[in-house]
Design a protein around this ligand. Structure first.
Ligand code: SAH
Length: 258
């Protein structure tokens, strides 16, 4: 690929990355409006419904989801510092009765099979891969239970080499919307809705808040080559998004276990 000097996020010190993203409200593209829009497709939940938000990060979308649908939500994330911040956010919002935050991994869920009415996941299923995630998580849903996940997707069949190469390196499972919808249907869901999240969810809600965090991060860790490389990589990703956002973006996929 054309940017061999730029390492993937996985090569950097995890603690440093965690600190960077802890300073942000969101760890992935999205917005309260998008969370509410996706939630508007979900019907039939009540106060006894069991919901999981997988890869919840610091829980910004979990709080929005709790206002949009009834039921009890368990937010799960691999990184303890994110869960600590989330617990503070839950307490500040007075939502302790509605949301529980747990450290855990999306490939080893702490739920009983068939016990969930809704599995939610924004910008996180790529960590185990879309196909694997939707197939494995289905076991934890009750019949008629809902799946609502956002996943990076191609909007067109053709795309310029530069962006194709970047995604081939970062996440080869990226695919077109019809391909992802077909995967949902094959996995045993009725794929009832799919919509692309707006550009503003990336530009205003994800990348813009990063800029002051990047400045502060460089002021603190600018001596470290790894830290400088990490920030350079973030800026490169933003630049690619600005140049190629007509070719890819996050798409919310909503389905129901049949
Ligand atoms: N849903 C949040 C965070 C998205 S970023 C938002 O939209 O803002 C992806 C999240 O997945 C990160 O918080 C990361 O810590 C988490 N993650 C990565 N691997 C994971 C795993 N195996 N199990 C659970 N969470 C994981």
């Amino acid at each position: 690929m054309s940017n061999e000097n730029k390492s993937s996020i996985h090569d950097f010190d995890v603690e440093m990355i965690c600190e960077y993203f802890s300073g942000l409200k969101r760890q992935g593209p999205g917005s309260p409006d998008t969370t509410r829009k996706a939630a508007s497709f979900i019907t039939g939940l009540n106060k006894n419904s069991r919901i999981a938000d997988l890869g919840c990060g610091t829980g910004t979308q979990t709080l929005t989801l709790a206002e949009a649908v009834p039921g009890h939500i368990t937010g799960l994330d691999l990184f303890p510092p994110f869960i600590e911040i989330m617990e503070q956010n839950i307490a500040e919002a007075g939502l302790q009765e509605r949301i529980t935050a747990v450290v855990g991994s999306m490939d080893d869920l702490p739920f009983n099979r068939g016990s969930l009415d809704l599995i939610w996941s924004e910008g996180a299923i790529y960590n185990i891969g879309f196909r694997r995630g939707i197939n494995e998580w289905r076991d934890y849903l009750d019949i008629g239970g809902w799946l609502a996940v956002s996943e990076v997707s191609w909007f067109t069949d053709e795309r310029p080499d530069e962006i194709a190469d970047m995604w081939q390196q970062a996440y080869p499972e990226i695919d077109t919307i019809p391909a992802k919808v077909a995967q949902m249907q094959e996995a045993g869901y009725a794929p009832l809705a799919a919509f692309a999240i707006p550009d503003s969810d990336w530009k205003e809600h994800f990348y813009a808040p990063m800029r002051p965090v990047q400045e502060a991060f460089l002021a603190k860790y600018g001596d470290s080559e790894a830290a400088r490389g990490f920030i350079e990589n973030q800026r490169w990703e933003e630049d690619l998004y600005n140049r190629y956002c007509q070719y890819y973006g996050y798409v919310f996929y909503i389905g129901r276990k049949i």
